[in-house]
Unconditional design. Structure first.
Length: 234
């Protein structure tokens, strides 16, 4: 796969919709977001550790009369409000991220039970992480806007001048720390996710970036040094 296929276009919300191949991109976006919600439910049911943002979501859900998916959606909306002072404009993919992932995770959690055997839980965790990497590459590759959490990260980096690496590290340490204090599940899965999600997205993304028609001016590499876009629930 040529290197240029791993480069994402720098487009505003309107230009994203005018960039061509919209049916393909919308289909890939929706499929990626649904699979992302499925992967979250799989990691929860493994009970072996969650990704940083889901540690926070799960911990918060334990203190509110709301489902896990509802908490994911509400947190997404709150994070999206933080885009306003950063002068970030949400795309179709950003809004779809808010609406689809939380609902999907709740649906899957309602039918997926926790396995009793440890090896089955470990398998569920590993499959969930791999699926999360694939799902992230799918919705990123659709080029219809970042998820709320990734947009917050890049917005803070752009406005403050701090590196993506530093902003992402601080952001994820903060949410995992608060989530753990609230009772979120931190474990082997949290470490495995942190170590593997970057390489997984890097592997899947070149095959899933949809070439835009007409070609748009490429901007930042899909995986900037020190960052892993799409490795959170948007």
């Amino acid at each position: 796969m040529p290197t240029t296929s791993t480069v994402l276009a720098d487009l505003g919300p309107g230009a994203q919709l005018r960039a061509g191949r919209l049916p393909r991109r919308l289909s890939q976006l929706l499929a990626g977001l649904v699979l992302y919600g499925v992967s979250m439910a799989m990691m929860i049911r493994s009970a072996l550790g969650l990704d940083p943002w889901d540690v926070f979501h799960y911990g918060l859900a334990g203190h509110l009369p709301l489902s896990f998916g509802a908490v994911v959606t509400i947190v997404s909306l709150v994070v999206l409000l933080a885009w306003i002072p950063l002068r970030q404009a949400p795309g179709v993919g950003t809004i779809a991220n808010v609406l689809v992932i939380g609902v999907t995770s709740d649906v899957i959690l309602s039918v997926l039970t926790r396995p009793s055997e440890l090896w089955l839980r470990a398998l569920l965790l590993v499959l969930g992480i791999v699926l999360n990497g694939l799902a992230s590459a799918m919705y990123i590759g659709a080029q219809l806007g970042p998820g709320p959490r990734d947009g917050l990260m890049t917005g803070i980096s752009r406005r403050s001048g701090l590196s993506i690496r530093l902003v992402r590290t601080v952001q994820e340490l903060a949410v995992v720390g608060v989530g753990f204090a609230l009772g979120g599940t931190v474990g082997l899965g949290t470490i495995l996710y942190a170590l593997s999600i970057g390489p997984l997205v890097q592997r899947f993304l070149p095959r899933l970036v949809v070439r835009l028609v007409p070609p748009a001016r490429p901007s930042d590499p899909a995986l900037p040094t020190g960052s892993t876009p799409g490795s959170t629930s948007g």
